[in-house]
Design a protein around this ligand. Structure first.
Ligand code: BYC
Length: 417
């Protein structure tokens, strides 16, 4: 089904069994041409380019795998929603991720024949966090046990979706481009849920700090800024792993083949082939972390990660504006990109949030200041009590600035039966 920009959103109440599932594609672009790589300028492929079958299938499977994974990660959060407004947002995020899975499975089924169907079956067999059949990418095996994690996830991890989907939206394989262009329109709302969710937690923290004249607001039912910083450190570091290695021949091949471009490829002014271009990349050397020029084709993952990091920083600036508006001298910061990495050249070394390489003993002594501890997680869990009366909001988070689709905050966004 082709979805026109204004055509699919639905704001009324829908009973769960009546929810309309489907496969949505952005409208076709007449005469679309492949925007980059060796095939730049040729008509976009409407059928599967046979020679690129395996890498395309891999990209679609990896993308598809994340969608049900996120729903699996979030599936218990409904029990502890801080308000009906938040519950409604959770449901919207979840059904949209479910539909994004459909979109990827549609591509596998319609264009790849039997091996596509087998890959689709395997997608259904994998489970987030399952030690035997885990999801493909690490971040999608991490638990999302509480709403602070959910807001951080939708801010940081859904934002990876924005950058990956944008790169695939320029794919020479037109059916992939059209599904991803549609999915991108929904991703924006997910990131709004994350950014505004964390902003509301920050606001509540600041209100309590002011009211009680202390940074230690746990006793007053708030999430202190130090704990927020640790959650931020965790979700940022896990999410930047999702961009892959700093230097990647996979990424170079995807680009050269015309399968996966850069962020907003068509708006970049260069030759879109990158054969002789270089790009600066941070690398771990014996002398510490240094910037080196690398072939731009191999550095495409890092380039995408750079755009992502800048985008994250803009969100943090907005959270810090909330803190400043209370006259509180604390600033939330992004940790150094080498901090707490499991993928790429920084994964072999321990690095502090400020970018200092540290030894294992220092890491162990300090990690409880940098990443959430079991105690932090237990405290956050203790706050997760459901609030389901219309207009009411849990005490650890400020009410949203406005409702959804012009409705007030006391609207019954979800009818529980
Ligand atoms: N965890 O050459 P490299 C979203 C593997 S989120 C585990 O650097 P490449 C959403 C890698 O697969 C967007 N393994 O890899 C958000 C490769 O293995 P193979 C999801 C990892 O291919 C929230 C090997 O390491 N979409 O939509 O350049 C809610 C060598 O690495 C990881 C996509 O990711 C990792 N973090 O880059 C719901 C787009 N990183 O193939 C949804 C499709 C790397 O040698 N995927 N590896 O066995 C891709 O474009 C690429 O596969 C990656 C990796 C960017 C992920």
């Amino acid at each position: 089904m082709t979805a026109e920009p204004s055509g699919w959103a639905h704001f009324g109440h829908v009973r769960m069994p009546d929810y309309r599932w489907g496969i949505f594609l952005a409208p076709p672009e007449a005469g679309r041409r492949i925007p980059f790589g060796d095939h730049a300028g040729e008509p976009a492929w409407q059928e599967l380019p046979g020679e690129y079958r395996a890498p395309l299938r891999g990209l679609i499977v990896t993308q598809g795998d994340t969608e049900p994974a996120s729903v699996e990660q979030q599936r218990r959060l409904g029990h502890t929603c801080p308000s009906l407004y938040d519950l409604r947002n959770l449901f919207q995020v979840n059904v949209e991720e479910g539909r994004h899975l459909w979109a990827m499975v549609y591509l596998l089924d319609a264009f790849f024949g039997r091996d596509g169907r087998e890959e689709a079956e395997m997608l259904l067999e994998r489970r987030s966090g399952d030690p035997d059949r885990p999801r493909i990418l690490n971040a999608f095996n991490e638990p999302t046990p509480d709403w602070l994690s959910f807001f951080m996830f939708t801010f940081f991890t859904d934002r990876d979706g924005k950058y990956q989907l944008s790169s695939l939206a320029d794919s020479g394989f037109d059916p992939l481009s059209r599904t991803c262009r549609f999915m991108l329109t929904e991703e924006a709302h997910h990131m709004f849920v994350g950014e505004s969710g964390v902003a509301r937690v920050v606001q509540r923290a600041c209100e309590l700090m002011r009211a009680h004249d202390t940074d230690h607001i746990r006793a007053h039912g708030g999430i202190d800024l130090a704990t927020l910083q640790k959650y931020l450190n965790f979700h940022f570091s896990v999410s930047i792993d999702l961009f892959g290695q700093e230097l990647s021949t996979n990424a170079a091949n995807y680009f050269t083949m015309g399968l996966k471009g850069r962020f907003q490829e068509t708006r970049i002014e260069d030759d879109h082939r990158l054969r002789d271009a270089t790009y600066p990349v941070l690398r771990m050397t014996d002398g510490g972390i240094v910037e080196q020029a690398a072939p731009a084709l191999n550095a495409l993952n890092e380039r995408l990660r750079d755009a992502y990091v800048q985008d994250c920083a803009r969100g943090l600036a907005r959270w810090n504006k909330v803190i400043r508006s209370f006259g509180i001298p604390t600033t939330l910061t992004l940790p150094h990109r080498a901090f707490n990495r499991a993928i790429g050249g920084f994964s072999a070394q321990r690095v502090a949030p400020d970018g200092r390489v540290v030894d294992q003993a220092t890491w162990e002594a300090k990690v409880g200041d940098w990443l959430p501890t079991a105690d932090d997680r237990a405290f956050i869990a203790s706050l997760m009590q459901p609030v389901t009366a219309p207009g009411q909001v849990a005490g650890w988070i400020a009410p949203p600035a406005r409702g959804i689709d012009g409705k007030g905050l006391d609207y019954d966004y979800v009818r529980l039966t």
